[in-house]
Design a protein around this ligand. Sequence first.
Ligand code: 4AD
Ligand code: MG
Length: 432
Amino acid sequence: MNYTFIKDLPTNVGEEIELKGWAYNLRSSGKIAFLQFRDGTGRVQVVFEKSGMNENDWEKLNSITIESSVTVTGKVKEEPRAPSGFELEGTGFEIVQLAPDDYPISKKEHGPDFLLENRHLWLRSNAQWAIMRVRNTIINATYEYLNSNGFIKLDSPILTPNAAEGTTTLFELDYFDLGKAYLAQTGQLYIEAGIMSHGRCFDFGPVFRAEKSKTRRHLTEFWMMDAEAAYTEHEENMKIQEGLIVYIVEQVLARNMPELEILERDVEALKKIQAPFVRMTHAEAIAKLREMGSSIGERDDLGADDETILTKEFDRPIFIEKYPVEVKAFYMKRDPEDPSVALNNDMLAPEGYGEIIGGSQREDDYDTLLERIKEENLPIKDWQWYLDLRKYGSVPHSGFGYGLERIVGWICGRAHVRETIPFPRMINRLNP
Ligand code: 4AD
Ligand code: MG
């Protein structure tokens, strides 16, 4: 018999099939055993009756421990009371490996430290399974949207000679005879080189920041997607971001309803993620916060709490644009109408989630960029290649970067990013 998958049970009603997977629980009365079974694609209950089995098999069945690997055969039955809508009438089983009866993760509540220590096992739990499926959809939807809008994937390096996003969060290592190397904080600058060849490019991979704070939204290793487009200015840059996020949410709603249900996510909130998103300038955001009693300064960056307050006002993402230049990166183009602010935007996710995207139009004038590099005391020789992009065929261009774990956290309704990446790395966690 060819084996099948739990996700395909609807097409096998009435048939006898085989499934390969793991037992996540077994309840047994003297006469009936309920094996809770998962195979990676879903979960289903397999019901065995003692009357249809020999004594030996019945005993063996009852010896199955939590997280033992097993294969089962059975007849597929519709069962409206089951979460999946199906059940299996067990006809046979095989124990592949009998796990010791001490699986660390039980149904009782565990603290986050214990769960993170057992992340290699925790990944099997239902909610964690659901989050990773949503993450997978978000990754694929990102590729789909960008590819169908003319963006070519160009992989940026992880080992880099300098800091793209400030020097305070750099991971440093010794690099043979060449001195220091740093783990990339973003691939953006390399993607800027790529678009002068391809017009539109993106990268998608791990980036690193030595974040010394423990917050619900900071990891030291996380996945960033940097997109960049030639002949594209600030306004169009925001349109691309808006289109991407709308598409991602739409695809999660189309492909992951069972997962969102497991996560008890309010899907009505996700259905409201439609264009146009809310827009305000940094100055307007500050005014609003001050009206609400905040003592934030006119030219201050927004903190996590400020973002939370602002996003609770709206049911759509918010673009906050035109931040004071001094709180943003050196490569951002200044607004010709007010050179004290940058032609940039952050995108804040609603329901209190806050920043998920950072983007801007890039400085495309050689001399202005050189000035900015000098002002920041960056070593010019390391940046000559980046300046070259403004020397040979410079064009107005813009781009943005999203933090995958922040987006997964928002869409899954999880408070902390540590649950949104398979193996989180934080200031106090490197294991497993
Ligand atoms: O806003 P950031 O720092 O922007 C850049 O790095 C730009 N070079 C991107 C670009 O224009 N191509 O980071 C981009 C996003 C943030 O909006 C946030 O979602 C996420 O990356 N992010 C983090 N996610 C988890 N842990 C951290 N420590 C993060 N730092 C930033
Ligand atoms: Mg940012």
